[in-house]
Design a protein around this ligand. Structure first.
Ligand SMILES: *[C@@H]1O[C@H](CO)[C@@H](O)[C@H](O)[C@H]1NC(C)=O
Ligand SMILES: *[C@@H]1O[C@H](CO)[C@@H](O)[C@H](O)[C@H]1NC(C)=O
Ligand SMILES: *[C@@H]1O[C@H](CO)[C@@H](O)[C@H](O)[C@H]1NC(C)=O
Ligand SMILES: *[C@@H]1O[C@H](CO)[C@@H](O)[C@H](O)[C@H]1NC(C)=O
Ligand SMILES: *[C@@H]1O[C@H](CO)[C@@H](O)[C@H](O)[C@H]1NC(C)=O
Ligand SMILES: *[C@@H]1O[C@H](CO)[C@@H](O)[C@H](O)[C@H]1NC(C)=O
Length: 769
């Protein structure tokens, strides 16, 4: 501190004359120049003032600039909070907002028609209706805004107020219109994309008064005009005394911007087409299409019958489709014409021209599979299936592809061929390109009945990639982990809890563990004789140790019915246990079911938090399971403590549905829908009823129950940090046939890789001989 003062002192001293000079200068200037106390004078005024003074004063005379001096202490700058989207930071807006001024009587007709024909093309659309408080429109779709004020004269201003309050920052252009016209949205979007955003726009068709636009056909306003109107909204409402909305609204725009209505800007015309009052679609439409500018018109009015909207839309969509096809073929011509100009290794043109060429395999392991098919079956589609019947969508798709190819060939040969059969079919899916087919088709020449074979290649390219918006989640949610143990798994449970305490309680990872203890019908559960006494003591000890950290372990005791000792294999029992646990949590809790043999990792827990979304999505990871240690570690000195994710040691088990995460609210909702078929378990005694159901096995897992009985999204993906140690599967006490079969399959699939098992068999055979 002292050293600092010293330095400061010496600095001041060495600059003493300078400082003194500045001080004197400042005080002189204070004497000489009158201080302007009233800083709020007009800009124009001060400009004049400075002009005058400049003339009197010699421009070379030195003057002291006292503006903003002495400097004020700068306020500590606030930390800059980066917005979520770069468009917010840069002030980038979307292009077009469309507001339809309509009424609830027309929602089901005109507005549905408008919604179907334009909502997907413009950036945002809103339907403004007035509706008395407490009532509801009888149709509903996104975008309806109701005003309880039913004075129709004010409706355009309510709409304006709504736009100002909600969407002032978000759009460049606003198109306000009544519901009695057909809007050619593509043309409108094209128009606003071509004009500059830096000018005021007030465009439309002149109404009865020249300077005002007609709301009936639509008014295009720029963001800047809406901003001006925002400041004058009160004036506008006060002066809305005319019966005509056009006049009231037009007066408001004119008052705010002094810009009259126009239909052209930068030598571009905004075209509106007015229909005769006697317009008859069948008779007059052809004539209408011959009119110049009809194809570029943005609005056709008045249209009172909503069916006309669909008819107009049909026409404009067809025109657009022709335009797009022409563009594509033009681009293809350009690509073929210019391909030879490219670098020598890039001169090949992909087929179809301009489409993604598809994946080029780097090695022999990356070659994509061509699957062979005939009309009814597909062969070797995956490594595990030899032949599979074509069903449902796949069948429809293949029929469709064959039909298209056949029709194409027949029309190309002027109907001189007739189709006989499909000889060979091959299909390949490439995620970077789409679906490719090769078809060998057999035809008959009609005249000579000679057999002709054609090979056709077909590509179905991928369509537009869409990003699906998903609700926002955070990594802060507390996870309630549930593990179920029976008497045979006591040691596994203790291992799990030990690992949990080290990794989750110690590191405070915001979790809560519930251990479900399953008692056989005859095992003691009280006092010293309690079969789970050691587990309970261990849990109490841990709770005592981590008392401060808000991380707790609890247990829930459930008594199983007679002759049942484990819930591993029977899905109904698992559901029963989940029912009983769910009762213990509040509806906003996030639940994660885990199985023994797992070690919970932070990464996994975070993925559970991100992938499980309240009222939207459940998450069921596919774990990596270890094969039998005696088989996989036969050649190694010691078993690995942790399984390596490697096909020699285990596999991702697609059949494993034991790990699943969901919110209690969603669980309860789903359970309610199936309660009639699978009754809710409210106490231990109800388990037996549910058990009886498992003979017909209505569902195979909790996951399947979500898939079948709820419209929640289900997310299932491999999870590399969820590894499960090998567990012996015991199928001896299973009475149910179905479950027994599944159990055997499970047991066999978990032993080892096919090559390892084959080697064992060969070893065994050679040992015997
Ligand atoms: C809604 O009400 C209108 C009359 O206002 C009626 O014509 C229409 O059929 C109703 N729509 C539905 C879906 O009930
Ligand atoms: C209205 O349009 C939206 C967006 O295109 C669509 O999701 C919705 O299904 C449409 N509703 C009706 C009734 O057409
Ligand atoms: C715009 O319309 C005017 C007449 O209203 C016409 O003379 C002019 O050629 C049109 N401009 C364009 C670019 O179509
Ligand atoms: C271009 O096509 C020819 C024959 O179709 C092929 O031999 C060559 O390898 C291709 N070149 C590239 C760079 O793909
Ligand atoms: C497709 O192949 C399977 C298996 O060879 C055969 O059973 C089926 O009849 C074939 N379907 C047709 C339409 O030829
Ligand atoms: C339990 O199993 C025993 C022997 O397998 C059998 O005799 C008895 O009926 C079973 N009890 C119930 C309730 O199923």
């Amino acid at each position: 501190m002292k050293a600092l003062l010293k330095i400061l002192y010496s600095l001041c001293w060495s600059n003493a004359y300078l400082i003194l000079g500045i001080c004197m200068g400042l005080s002189f200037s204070l004497f000489l120049i009158p201080i302007d106390v009233d800083k709020q004078h007009d800009i124009v005024e001060s400009f004049d003032h400075s002009l005058n003074t400049l003339e009197d004063i010699d421009p070379y005379e030195p003057r002291i600039n006292t503006d903003s001096k002495p400097q004020q202490i700068q306020k500590a700058r606030k930390a800059f909070v980066r917005p979520r989207y770069y468009s917010t930071e840069l002030g980038i807006r979307e292009k077009l907002f469309v507001g339809i001024i309509t009424s609830r009587e027309h929602l089901h007709s005109r507005d549905v028609a408008l919604n179907k024909t334009i909502a997907h093309i413009v950036d945002k659309i809103r339907y403004f209706i007035s509706i008395p408080e407490g009532t509801k429109p009888n149709v509903s779709f996104p975008g309806i805004v109701g005003f309880t004020d039913t004075r129709s004269i004010l409706k355009p201003f309510h709409a304006l107020k709504y736009i100002v309050d909600n969407y002032l920052e978000s759009y460049d252009y606003y198109f306000l219109t009544k519901d009695v016209n057909y809007i050619n949205a593509r043309s409108l979007v094209e128009f606003v994309n071509k004009i500059t955003v830096s000018q005021n726009i007030h465009m439309g068709i002149q109404s009865e008064i020249d300077t005002y636009c007609s709301l009936e056909s639509g008014i295009l306003l720029s963001n800047s005009v809406i901003r001006e109107m925002k400041n004058n909204l009160d004036w506008c409402v006060k002066n809305a005394y005319s019966d005509s909305d056009d006049v009231n609204f037009g007066r408001c725009i004119l008052h705010s911007t002094s810009m009259p209505c126009t239909n052209h800007i930068e030598r571009r015309n905004l075209t509106f087409v007015q229909l005769k009052s006697t317009f008859n679609f069948e008779k007059d439409f052809a004539q209408l299409t011959e009119q110049n500018e009809f194809q570029n018109s943005v609005s056709i009015y008045p249209v009172y019958d909503h069916k006309l909207i669909y008819k107009f839309n049909m026409y404009f969509t067809a025109i657009n489709s022709i335009k797009v096809h022409k563009q594509i073929s033009d681009i293809r011509k350009v690509i073929s014409a210019t391909a030879h100009l490219g670098p020598s290794n890039q001169r090949n043109i992909s087929w179809p021209i301009g489409n993604q060429p598809g994946n080029r395999p780097l090695g022999r392991f990356d070659v994509l599979r061509w699957s062979y098919f005939n009309m009814s079956h597909v062969f070797f589609e995956t490594d595990f299936i030899n032949i599979q019947e074509l069903k449902g969508d796949t069948k429809t798709d293949i029929d469709n592809v064959i039909n298209t190819a056949v029709n194409n060939i027949i029309s190309k040969y002027d109907n001189k061929l007739s189709f006989v059969r499909l000889l060979n079919g091959y299909l390949k899916f490439d995620a970077s390109r789409g679906m490719d087919y090769i078809l060998d088709l057999v035809f008959n020449e009609v005249a000579t009945s000679k057999e002709i074979r054609k090979r056709i290649e077909i590509c179905k390219p991928l369509g537009k990639v869409e990003i699906i918006p998903v609700p926002y989640v955070t990594e802060n949610t507390r996870i309630n982990i549930i593990i179920t143990i029976d008497l045979s798994k006591k040691q596994d449970a203790v291992n799990f809890i030990e690992h949990y305490s080290q990794n989750c309680m110690e590191k405070k990872c915001k979790t809560y563990l519930m251990v479900v203890l399953l008692y056989n019908s005859d095992s003691p559960s009280k006092g010293k004789g309690d079969v789970y006494l050691d587990v309970k003591t261990y849990i109490s000890m841990l709770n005592e140790k981590y008392k401060k950290d808000q991380s707790k372990i609890t247990w829930l005791s459930i008594r199983l019915p007679v002759n049942v000792t484990s819930v591993d294999l029977d899905p109904m029992l698992k559901i029963a246990v989940t029912d009983l646990c769910a009762k213990k949590f509040s509806s906003e809790s996030l639940i994660l079911l885990v199985e023994t043999g797992t070690k919970l990792k932070i990464d996994y827990l975070n993925r559970v938090r991100m992938n499980t979304i309240n009222r939207y999505q459940i998450f069921s990871p596919i774990p990596f399971i270890e094969y039998h240690p005696d088989i996989i570690y036969a050649d190694e000195a010691a078993a690995h403590d942790e399984v390596d994710v490697n096909s020699n040691y285990g596999k991702y088990d697609e059949q494993n549905y034991n790990n699943i995460a969901f919110y209690i609210k969603d669980y309860n909702a789903m359970r309610q829908t199936v309660e009639a078929n699978i009754p809710l378990v409210r106490s231990d005694k109800d388990i037996a009823t549910l058990l009886k159901l498992s003979k017909h096995s209505p569902v195979a897992s909790l996951f399947e129950m979500y898939v079948s009985f709820s419209d929640m999204h289900v997310f299932r993906a491999i999870e590399p940090t969820l590894k499960i140690k090998y567990k012996d599967v015991n199928c001896d006490d299973v009475s149910n046939d179905n479950i027994y079969k599944n159990c055997l399959k499970l047991r066999n699939n978990h032993l080892g890789k096919r090559s390892q098992l084959a080697r064992l068999i060969l070893d065994y055979q050679s040992y015997q001989t």
